[in-house]
Design a protein around this ligand. Sequence first.
Ligand SMILES: *Cc1c(COP(=O)(O)O)cnc(C)c1O
Length: 403
Amino acid sequence: MVIDSNPTPPSSRAASVAAIRTPAFATPLLVGRPNPIDRERLAERLDGMFDRGRYTNNGPLVQEFERSVADLVGVEHCIAISNATAAMELAARALGLTGEVIVPAFTFVATAHALDWLGLRPVFADIDPHTHNLDPTRIETLITPRTTGIVGVHAWGRACDVRTIEEVAGRHGIRVIYDAAHAFGCSKGDRMIGGFGDCEIFSFHATKFIQSFEGGMIATRDADLASRLRLMRNFGFAGVDRIVSAGTNAKMSEAHAAMGLTSLESMPSTLETNRRNHLAYRDGLRDVRGVELMDFSEPDRNNHQYVVLEIDPDRYGFARDALAEHLRTHHVVARRYFTPPLHRVPPYATRTAVDIPSLPHAERLSERVLVLPTGSQMDVADIATVCSLIRDLPSRRADAGGP
Ligand SMILES: *Cc1c(COP(=O)(O)O)cnc(C)c1O
């Protein structure tokens, strides 16, 4: 559990009073608790792996996992990678990116770190305050002669404005990669995420919707890019003793693929649980002033892995951090994503010192967004309890005589 070192702001004094009451939940509810899998199916797959005596190097389970994802997403080529961050590095390198790459400031740090690790310069763009995704109208002003690519992030599984992003990229002859770490099983209308841009990258980290302990997958329609990626993830080996390109070790093991395949089989029930929870949160928070639940509407499909609130402190009466603290005293461990926005964290904050960009939407949301626990650890009664904790905090303030 992370305890803030900041002194308690006045607005959370009422929340501290609540701390002496009995927590609403005996065991902590966590964001990103692994979704359930069929352990027997996993054990069977691992038994098969032990019997074959083949643990890695593009084994049958990795190939099956790649095919399953390719079928589900409807894209020709899927390349399994050790994790999504390594996948981003491989993709950027295989696409020949150099110089500057435009990324949103409101994302997990890996999106920018992967580029920085290759010696590329992430150039931070602001986001649309409603979708939390890259605002394509701001991209064009950031393009310079050194810009070679754009990395869009499908935040919370909501597809970026792919049409405009790709139209701008096409006009400037630059590449498009999507960080689809949140977006497995999601769609833009009737098109599944995975088929957009030059390539898209899924994460199968343990906290994600579908998971392989650690893991990632690059999806692409480009056969040449796919074969370059396959070489690069395996030291540039084109066959036994035949090295044809630069490369690294970014392979996925058979054990990881066994978990990924098993997790995929649970996708329908995981989705059902997440969707049920999302609807319960929507009901429970409907009338809470200043607390807005991010919703997703047909025909776009969402995996509902993230329950995302935006807190308006003026209307709600408490800031996001005070609410997070209040929930934590009740063992509801909500997460403040993405704080701070990336142009304000090292090493980027110091590097942009010359021209620190003001990215008002990313900055505002990084102080307002709170992600709530969901998944199989909760039933709808638990969610009703969390919602009443959120609803009741402002009345506590009245009890305490106001701040
Ligand atoms: C989880 C995540 C990543 C990193 O994925 P790994 O598989 O852990 O490397 C990248 N971008 C976003 C938006 C993420 O949420």
